[in-house]
Design a binder for this molecule. Structure first.
Ligand SMILES: Nc1nc2c(ncn2[C@@H]2O[C@H](COP(=O)(O)OP(=O)(O)OP(=O)(O)O)[C@@H](O)[C@H]2O)c(=O)[nH]1
Length: 386
């Protein structure tokens, strides 16, 4: 059993943690995660594919030199013709692969290269075997190994390509009239080679998938608060600066709502720390609901301090959203007998707004929201101030 199962129960549910728990022995994730993994694989194997293509072209050309020595002149023309056709296919694919803008074609192009090499090599072996039964066929295994290990294909893709290559080889050698015992020997050798490659490729893909899930989960944990699941301060600092720059660039507005739970120390004292945690989780859910659009962000800054970052929003709407959030906690009616200001748990909110095109310092927006929060507290709590 993989050793991550020991700590998986302690992390909040997430698609990555869930998939790790479920397992993926058939090398398949849930639909959305599978899409994400394949996109990651494309990016991840981009450099590898370019390198593999150069290696394949060099080997293919070197083997052409070998043909000149080994293949009798009567069949050399056909062999070289196949080499040229495959070389042309490789060069066209290389021209497309070397440009990053064709990254979406990377997988079909890689498979085209492998199939061109494999089918081409099988045809050459078939042609050569018509006159020279000792012509080496083992090079076909090199193509399969490239499919399993060099190009960054998934097992199913590599296996599919290798089976097509094997089939073409069998047909080519059958039509070349190779003696049956020799053909059986060759097919067995290629099959065992492929079996070894497929097992290695399975293990490699399994580890690649595991690494993908664990690294994404680690990133999620590093940027999210473990109690509420909201973004944490680290994530907020990163995103705040990024959104601020985007707002400046696109001429959009940005609002920052700083939220602080009222008399939370007293709540802990009355109901215990555990109940305090549950209350923080409920408040986290309310904040999450308020961050509706993709660029909005709900944050637990620490303790009982939260923030809501709203992108492309008017000043009045930002104030209204703060008011709705304040009310939503009041309406949740979480009893708080230790509070001087209300019978239920409440929050105070300070709102700061950055108009499109204005150039205040990033820290000024935060200070402005903090000042407004201070006012909301000073005016009796359970208030919104701007
Ligand atoms: N249960 C629980 N309590 C926490 C957590 N983090 C911080 N706290 C408590 O939150 C309380 C914050 O108290 P204060 O900063 O004095 O603020 P307050 O009592 O809310 O008073 P005002 O903000 O002035 O209304 C402290 O008692 C902390 O122990 C947490 O993760 N869980």
């Amino acid at each position: 059993m993989p050793n991550y199962h020991a700590w998986l129960d302690e992390v909040r549910p997430s698609p990555y943690a869930d998939q790790l728990s479920l397992g993926f022995r058939w090398l398949r994730f849930s639909r959305a995660l599978e899409r994400e993994y394949r996109a990651h694989l494309l990016e991840d194997s981009f450099e590898l594919k370019r390198f593999a293509l150069i290696i394949a072209t060099v080997i293919w050309l070197s083997l052409a030199a070998l043909d000149m020595l080994v293949v009798p002149a009567s069949h050399l023309g056909w062999v070289l013709a196949v080499r040229v056709v495959v070389l042309l296919i490789l060069l066209i694919c290389a021209a497309l692969i070397l440009q990053r803008r064709h990254i979406h074609l990377l997988l079909p192009l890689s498979m085209t290269c492998i199939l061109a090499l494999g089918v081409g090599a099988s045809l050459i072996v078939g042609i050569a075997h018509q006159v020279e039964p000792n012509y080496p066929y083992e090079g076909l295994l090199l193509v399969s190994m490239a499919a399993y290990f060099l190009v960054g294909l998934r097992l199913s893709e590599a296996l599919g390509c290798s089976l097509v290559v094997m089939l073409t080889y069998v047909l080519a050698d059958l039509s070349a009239g190779l003696a049956t015992p020799r053909l059986i020997n060759n097919v067995l050798f290629l099959s065992f080679g492929n079996l070894t490659g497929a097992v290695g490729c399975y293990l490699l893909e399994y580890k690649s998938r595991e690494h993908f899930l664990i690294s994404r989960l680690m990133r999620l944990l590093a940027y999210h608060d473990s109690l509420t699941g909201l973004h944490n301060r680290r994530s907020f600092n990163r995103q705040f600066e990024r959104l601020w720059r985007q707002a400046q660039r696109d001429g959009k507005s940005l609002a920052l709502l700083l939220c602080d739970i009222d008399h939370f120390k007293a709540y802990n004292d009355c109901y215990g720390h555990q109940a305090g945690d549950v209350a923080l989780q409920r408040i986290g859910a309310l904040i999450e609901q308020s961050a509706r659009r993709p660029l909005d962000m709900g944050v637990r800054l620490g303790g009982e301090e939260f923030a809501l970052l709203l992108f492309d929003i008017g000043a009045d709407e930002a104030r209204q959203r703060a008011e709705v959030l304040r009310q939503s906690l009041e309406e949740a009616a979480i009893a708080h007998r230790g509070s001087d200001s209300a019978a239920v748990l409440t929050m105070s909110i300070g709102v700061a707004w950055l108009s499109p095109g204005s150039q205040p310092d990033l820290s000024q927006l935060y200070e402005q929201a903090d000042r407004a929060l201070y006012e909301a507290k000073a005016f009796g709590r359970n208030k919104v101030a701007a």
